[in-house]
Design a protein around this ligand. Sequence first.
Ligand SMILES: [Zn+2]
Ligand SMILES: [Zn+2]
Length: 161
Amino acid sequence: MSLEVLPTTRLEELLVPDPDLTAVALSDAARLGGPEFVAEVRADATAVADELAPFTPDRREPVHRESAWAGAAWSLVDAARAELVGTAVPTPSGGAWTVTPARCPVGHPHRAGRVLAGWRPCRCGGHHTWACIEPGPDGRECGAETVAPEPGEDCRGVRAW
Ligand SMILES: [Zn+2]
Ligand SMILES: [Zn+2]
């Protein structure tokens, strides 16, 4: 590929070095808060990139701007998701998605087949649980668990660890 055929980057169309990170962040944003939240994330990430890696006076893009934008978008979506874990958000098809944690308390990403979702009845109404079954170096499962909502004072025996 010659340089001449590369499209120029427009201000409102920032390319990112890791397309997965941005794609995942923006699709999660859409699931969590619809088009409004996607627009908010884009605007906020652009503001962060403007501060950390502003365009040069002659409107050229600094090399680290793309990763600054992607990192900002990802952390915004990640924080929103953490706040909504265990709550139901509407889906475009008219259903609801119970927001799941992105990773276990130890930090393992909850990939398919590496997390067990459950429900623990409680006098408060009940709690969602997600147990991490990521195998460690010794072959034993991680076992760290996310509980949502957080058990209150009257919740007994909710936490398994
Ligand atoms: Zn884990
Ligand atoms: Zn409870």
